[in-house]
Design a protein around this ligand. Structure first.
Ligand code: ZN
Length: 152
């Protein structure tokens, strides 16, 4: 990764490339899925397993809730622009796992493009450029056209 000019802002939370995906862990015994990853032991109180396997999570989900970040978050948030530009945040229920994952909304999209239940897709986009000139990336939720859906 050291030679690349782009790297995740948080190592090991998601993949990059054509079809990026969040990386979580799944309990080998009770199948509970965790994101962010749980490495030590299963958090299901009815389960005492400590075998957690890395899994790529669904790239698609539906908006569970969303908001507009009108005020600049405190550090470690790195502002993208000065003056601060508000961005949208979406809590998305993953298609297969049913867990809710918070993330920023993709560049060029705002709360006007969101609705509870609307389909979104995971994308990886630049978050900021660090002191070494490396573009740090993060996952974001991108609204997808309803016309592209295959089910009613
Ligand atoms: Zn478990």
């Amino acid at each position: 990764m050291a030679s690349a000019n782009a790297a995740p802002a948080v190592e090991g939370w998601f993949t990059s490339g054509e079809a990026p995906a969040l990386l979580g862990t799944r309990c080998a015994r009770c199948r509970t899925v965790f994101f962010p990853r749980e490495a030590a032991f299963c958090r299901n109180p009815a389960c005492d397993s400590d075998q957690l396997d890395e899994v790529e999570l669904s790239r698609r989900g539906r908006v569970w809730s969303y908001t507009d970040a009108r005020y600049q978050p405190p550090p470690p948030y790195v502002p993208r622009a000065d003056p601060y530009e508000p961005f949208a945040l979406a809590a998305v229920e993953l298609e297969a796992e049913g867990i809710v994952v918070l993330g920023q909304v993709a560049d060029g999209h705002g709360v006007a493009d969101l609705a509870v239940g609307a389909p979104v897709e995971l994308v990886v986009e630049p978050l900021y450029t660090d002191r070494a000139g490396v573009v740090r990336t993060v996952w974001r939720w991108k609204p997808v056209a309803a016309a592209g859906e295959g089910r009613a």
